[in-house]
Ligand binder design. Structure first.
Ligand SMILES: [Fe+2]
Length: 286
């Protein structure tokens, strides 16, 4: 089955659901257009956890974002995992679902980290074909996210070329993490302009935005999801939305949760403004 990515609904400016934000999310004074949830927290969860998700769905559109699909692993994704994902995606009537362009499992064991892939033509072909099979099995569009990496093994393809070649073997979309792009471009010395000129921008459905920190010695940037979105990432979003039909932005925060939600709301509002989303659906309309 093929999807026209430009026909996907416009979701606006969303927030990654974390328990620390539960009260802020429940407060209707906050403007959050949609929620991304971590798929793995719900796939095999007890009924009460799924019921809480069903409650959230009454107010928000929900997109499941996974960690353990392991699309580039040595083995095919686990069919039991893919079946559970299809049920979750159906339960929340997700417009699309996402995971990372990396691997997280090997030999049946979770590596507990987003491990980057060797960037060559064979891997790109295999990952693209697998992504298509997963998308077909789940029955909704799959979008794949670029990850950060701190070890860059000698590879025949640049990161942007590799992503492009994966996309040539499937009709899936891209979840472009602009913070990861900013961090990788600085850590590995490449141009964000060249990256954006290379990847198929028409496949970009959704964007991730977050703030990171420098390493202790200040030599590398770390994707810590602990800070407000920095200026360089806002600049990337401004450049991207001029060239791509982005359907949704998402603010990610996983540490140093601010006591005052105002800091998160500022980033949510700024992303919405950049999306030009005067007509974005508000919570509860859906
Ligand atoms: Fe991300």
């Amino acid at each position: 089955m093929t999807y026209s990515l430009t026909d996907l609904p416009f979701l606006g400016s969303g927030l990654g659901y974390r328990a620390e934000f539960a009260d802020a999310i429940a407060d209707p004074a906050h403007r959050i257009d949609w929620l991304e949830v971590i798929s793995d927290h719900y796939l095999f969860a007890p009924a009460d956890v799924r019921e809480k998700l069903a409650e959230l769905r009454k107010r928000f559109r929900i997109v499941p974002h996974g960690l353990e699909l392991s699309i580039g692993g040595p083995e095919d994704p686990n069919p039991r995992y893919v079946d559970a994902l299809a049920r979750l995606v159906d339960d929340v009537d997700a417009p699309w679902f996402s995971d990372h362009l990396c691997y997280t499992r090997a030999g049946g064991v979770s590596l507990a980290t987003l491990t980057p892939l060797p960037r060559n033509r064979e891997v790109a072909r295999e990952v693209g074909r697998r992504a298509q099979r997963v998308q077909d099995a789940v029955g909704r569009p799959l979008i794949l996210e670029n990850v950060t990496y701190h070890i860059d093994l000698e590879s025949p393809l640049s990161e942007a070329r590799f992503i492009t070649e994966v996309m040539e073997h499937c009709d899936c979309g891209l979840l472009l993490d602009l913070t990861n792009l900013d961090i990788n471009s600085r850590n590995h010395g490449y141009s964000t302009r060249d990256f954006l000129d290379t990847i198929p921008l028409e496949r970009v459905v959704q964007v991730h935005l977050a703030g990171g920190v420098p390493s202790d010695d200040g030599r590398v940037a770390i994707d810590s999801h602990s800070e407000p979105v920095p200026p360089a990432v806002w600049d990337l979003l401004a450049r991207l939305v001029e060239r791509a039909s982005v359907r949704a932005t998402l603010i990610e925060r996983d540490q140093d949760f601010p006591e005052d939600f105002g800091e998160m709301q500022e980033d949510l509002d700024r992303a919405r403004l950049l999306l030009g989303s005067a007509t974005a659906p508000t919570a509860g309309v859906w």
